[in-house]
Design a protein around this ligand. Structure first.
Ligand code: 3H9
Length: 729
């Protein structure tokens, strides 16, 4: 028997245990081991029934996603087809009881449904999350689930990919019994009860399938919702077709159609991108020079300085994670406003059904308002979230330093400022770090964690670990202006404004990027965030601009007219009291007039050019960041863009997208832009190198390791020295 599957007997009950840590994925060897066990069960007259269970913390969490590349290339290393195994289990002569704890996801649920009965621990979850990987269930899940749970529930589970808890699974007939206490002994007792009874096969059950006519409205509604809520994604549409087949075709034919759709999805760029994102979200937690066993500081109490929108949101994030937090403001009135905002935000969450009133009451007790530093001596971490100005931040840090205990972490929630300069205001720069939350902080998943020159590994490891506890995806970045996300966003927005100045309408620019998959177009984002924010920064840094380089002006001129975006009722668009958007013909006229004054020739610009200009501006800057060592790997940039900037996950992030297009093509296009628009489009040396070598960003980082105790000493710098030539040292 395979080492990954154990076979034992308890009385007349066979117990088959899958032992493939950490998540019991169906790696090569697992299906083979189960198949052998089933043969043994069939052959052994003393076995009356069987229990199949997972060792460790979970049942089976699905196919081994790492194997998908091999399936794509026809080189899968297992000797057994998983769907064939399921047929073999269903045809077993003795009843097989599937005992579920932890997760039964994807192939795990498909395995469970091929058994004759299912029992589950009360806190178990089951689901078909394949769409999140850009595929659909590929081993009869779309055919067996509607037979057990009914068409509507199966459709929702396969199309949205959200798992459900055991109690709901019981209600829908996906499991037959919940087991309190020890799962294995409960499952064995259950197996004894049903041994000798007729053996039900899921494939034969049709009572919940309804007729195609009855289900037609369910499928039509699912299609409409998927097109809206999972805009641009192929897999949810394929999942609808596959579940529909269960209502129209005999079981085996339905399975064949499912397999065909599964393979089409698996071969798509979307599934490759989404699988890159799945592993990427886990990879970003691994910091090349901060080993996994680096000691961390327990963060049991925290404090936030500044109760504005960001500070209040951050305090909610701590409270939601169960960490008591002091929230400090300079005066009582500002503090009262901050607390009132927090209460308002929580009330909205209750109204929307996201939280219960009881949960909110408990969270509010964890947020303690303060107007002095009393109590700061007891906290393990402070997040400063005051107005974005260097002098103020330095002052706050110099006040925090003497009142906080010596090993308390002092973090600055900054989106652009130099963390080393802030750290220099304290006597403990190794305990200073940047934590760039995204607005609204209690909603957005991304957290850029900014490493200063002297930030200790312990503080980095603690912050990374904390981000997970706070429900965020923490990505470590280097200390450069704008860090990773905003540094790249700048050229992206610049291009969107250039395009408008060259003749594209505001809506044409936003629509092209929305259709590409961005959550919002860049100009609409500007209106939402406030155009004045970027305008102020540009004014502050104007003296650093190189003369003779084209600068976008239309956004600044709108600001000069008091058009700051949504908050003033007008920006690139017009807004009514409910902040509903309409295009503004006045903006169109103004921009045409300004462009004529500036002698910018006007032309028709295609949606393709709009996308190339804006997205390749991201890619080119991303390549520089990578090369300079301010991001560890290309995937770190991808995860930042997907979780903080609305980049479509099914395109894998900007760097992965560029790899998919082919870096040679991207480079050639950027060279064209350079010829048309000058030096702002100079290709990043790393992009040029990879394009010429026929390589990808993903390969570069995999080969080279990564950031960056100091960007100057990073492996990437060694790479620069070796490959790009002396000029970069
Ligand atoms: C499928 O089943 C298709 C079928 O229809 C069959 C078709 C023929 N494979 O997330 P964690 C790794 S598609 C390989 O940190 P948690 C993960 O990368 C699949 N590796 O733990 C990580 O590695 P590392 C459908 C996997 O407790 C480690 O395990 N199933 C897989 O926070 C721990 O993972 C899914 O989509 C896998 N399937 O969460 C479920 N799963 O330590 C995907 C995990 O090196 N998995 N790893 O970074 C999950 O959602 C979560 O892992 C789970 C546990 C909820 C199970």
């Amino acid at each position: 028997m395979s080492e990954l599957v154990e076979f034992t007997k308890a009385g007349g009950i066979a117990v088959v245990t899958i032992n493939n840590p950490p998540v019991n994925a169906l790696s090569p060897g697992v299906p083979e081991g189960i198949a052998e066990a089933i043969e043994q069960i069939n052959d052994d007259a003393t076995v009356k029934a069987a229990v199949l269970i997972g060792a460790g913390r979970t049942f089976v969490s699905g196919a081994d996603i790492k194997e998908f590349d091999k399936i794509r290339s026809g080189e899968a290393s297992g000797t057994m087809s998983f769907p064939d195994l399921l047929t073999q289990i269903e045809n077993c002569k003795k009843p097989v009881v599937m005992a579920i704890h932890g997760n039964a996801l994807g192939g795990g649920l498909e395995l469970a449904m091929a058994g004759h009965y299912r029992v589950a621990a009360t806190n178990a979850q089951v689901g078909q999350p394949e769409v999140k990987l850009g595929i659909i269930p590929g081993a009869h899940g779309t055919q067996r689930l509607p037979r057990l749970a009914g068409v509507a529930k199966a459709l929702a589970m396969c199309v949205e990919g959200k798992p459900i808890l055991a109690l709901e699974a019981l209600k829908f007939g996906i499991v037959d019994r919940l087991i309190e206490g020890d799962l294995l002994s409960g499952a064995i007792s259950f197996a004894r009860e049903i041994a000798g009874r007729p053996i039900p096969k899921t494939r034969d059950r049709t009572e919940k399938l309804g007729t195609p006519e009855e289900s037609a409205t369910i499928f039509a509604a699912a299609l409409e919702t998927a097109r809206k809520k999972q805009r641009g994604m192929l897999a949810p549409l394929a999942a609808i077709d596959a579940v529909e087949a269960a209502t129209k075709l005999p079981f085996d034919e339905g399975c064949q159609l499912e397999r065909k759709l599964f393979m089409e999805c698996l071969l798509s760029d979307q599934s490759k991108a989404l699988i890159h994102v799945f592993f990427g979200e886990r990879e970003v937690a691994k910091i090349p020079d901060v080993p996994k066993d680096t000691p961390t500081i327990a963060v049991n109490r925290a404090a936030v300085v500044g109760a504005g929108t960001m500070g209040g949101g951050i305090a909610m994030v701590f409270a939601n994670a169960g960490i008591p937090v002091l929230l400090k403001e300079a005066d009582q009135a500002a503090l009262d406003r901050g607390m009132a905002n927090i209460q308002k935000n929580y009330a909205v969450s209750v109204a929307r059904g996201r939280f219960t009133q009881q949960f909110v009451d408990e969270r509010l007790k964890l947020i303690q308002p303060a107007i002095s530093y009393d109590g700061f001596a007891n906290v393990d971490m402070v997040i400063e979230a005051v107005f974005e100005g260097m002098a103020l931040k330095k002052q706050i840090f110099s006040e925090l330093d003497p009142v906080c205990k010596p090993d308390a972490i002092l973090a600055s929630n900054t989106s652009t400022l130099n963390i080393d300069e802030i750290a220099a205001a304290t006597s403990r720069p190794e305990f200073v770090i940047g934590t760039h939350f995204f607005s609204p902080a209690n909603v957005m998943r991304l957290l850029e964690i900014v490493r200063g020159k002297q930030t200790s590994k312990q503080v980095i490891a603690t912050s990374m670990q904390l981000s997970k506890k706070l429900g965020k995806i923490g990505v470590l970045v280097g200390n450069c202006r704008g860090f990773v996300g905003n540094r790249m966003f700048h050229p992206y927005v610049r291009e969107s404004v250039f395009l408008v100045e060259e003749g594209a309408s505001v809506e044409a620019v936003d629509n092209a990027l929305y259709d590409f998959g961005m959550a919002m177009g860049p100009l609409a984002v500007g209106d939402l965030a406030g155009l004045d924010v970027g305008w102020r920064i540009r004014k502050e840094y104007r003296h650093l601009e190189k003369p003779g380089i084209r600068q976008a002006f239309a956004g600044d001129r709108l600001c000069e007219m008091g058009r700051f975006g949504q908050k003033t009722g007008a920006g690139w668009y017009k807004y009514d009291e409910q902040r509903r958007t309409t295009p503004d013909p006045e903006v169109e006229q103004l921009v045409r007039r300004w462009s004529a004054e500036e002698k910018i020739s006007q032309r028709n610009i295609s949606a393709d050019e709009i996308v190339d200009r804006c997205v390749y501006a991201l890619v080119n800057e991303g390549a520089r960041i990578l090369e300079e060592g301010f991001a560890s790997r290309a995937v770190d940039i991808d995860i930042i863009y997907i979780n903080g900037y609305g980049f479509p996950a099914y395109r894998g992030g900007p760097m992965w997208y560029a790899d998919t297009v082919g870096l040679k093509r991207v480079y050639d296009r950027i060279r064209q832009f350079q010829e048309q628009h000058g030096e702002i489009w100079e290709p990043a040396p790393l992009l040029k190198y990879l394009a010429e070598e026929g390589k990808t960003f993903a390969e570069f980082t995999r080969g080279q390791g990564a950031i960056a105790e100091q960007p100057e000493n990073s492996a990437n710098s060694l790479f620069r020295a070796r490959v790009l030539g002396r000029k970069y040292l």
